[in-house]
Write a protein of this length. Structure first.
Length: 242
């Protein structure tokens, strides 16, 4: 038996698979290179941000790109859900896409603090950053970014729940994602964030493997139908052995 893939479907599937692996990997790397030597002391962290501005910039870019990729890839993975889990996946994908903006806003706030940390008068710059972060534009941006990140996390959970309900992935993927979100939210340290991103990487990688191995009918959400319903136009097909 042969399974016929259109080039469009094949490209979409591999974009989703690549995003599910590369996205959380970049997010994990961003935390690993951004471990602050200043510990929990805000003043020491502020000084470290000024001294290592390039590293902080790399961290922010990698984190934003990583979560943008993984959230977009999860939204794309919902194309496999046309019956079971379809509603959950659709709602989750919308929330995930909206939540992408949260990481951009949060990291823009961080870059503003980095710019202050590079000022010659460190004491004045630190007091300005604290004031702006507690009651100012940075505070507003931080609140908005945090809210959108929560929306993104809810979206991820709904998408994974939909994929599990649609039997695209195993149910055990859900506890891994939930534990990661819980650890990051409750503990809140860089080590906890690194652990949470590593758990997300494991869950997304397994999801990517399942999607990479799915049939054309499964990708189209038509697992119950006979194979061969896809287009067989010679100019737009890629044939894979079953």
């Amino acid at each position: 038996m042969e399974i016929t893939w259109t080039r469009t479907d094949a490209a979409r599937r591999w974009i989703v698979v690549s995003g599910l692996v590369v996205g959380p990997l970049l997010a994990t790397i961003s935390v690993a290179i951004g471990m602050s030597p200043g510990g929990d002391d805000l003043r020491a962290q502020f000084a470290a941000m000024g001294a290592h501005a390039t590293t902080v910039l790399m961290q922010d870019v990698l984190e934003t790109a990583g979560f943008a990729l993984v959230l977009a890839a999860l939204a794309g993975a919902t194309s496999t859900l046309r019956t079971r889990g379809g509603l959950l996946g659709t709602i989750g994908s919308v929330l995930a896409v909206v939540g992408i903006a949260g990481f951009g806003v949060s990291n823009a706030t961080g870059l503003a603090v980095v710019a202050l940390a590079q000022q010659p008068d460190q004491d004045a710059a630190f007091h300005t950053a604290v004031a702006m972060s507690s009651n100012g534009v940075l505070a507003t941006m931080g609140t908005v970014g945090f809210a959108l990140e929560v929306v993104a996390q809810v979206g991820m959970l709904l998408v994974f729940t939909g994929l599990a309900r649609g039997r695209v992935v195993s149910v055990w993927v859900l506890p891994i994602v939930v534990i990661g979100i819980g650890v990051n939210g409750v503990v809140g340290t860089m080590v906890a964030t690194l652990a949470a991103d590593a758990l997300l990487l494991a869950a997304c990688t397994w999801t990517a493997v399942r999607i990479a191995r799915c049939s054309h009918a499964q990708w189209l959400g038509q697992a119950g139908r006979r194979a061969g319903t896809a287009s067989t136009a010679p100019h737009d097909t890629v044939v894979e052995a079953a």
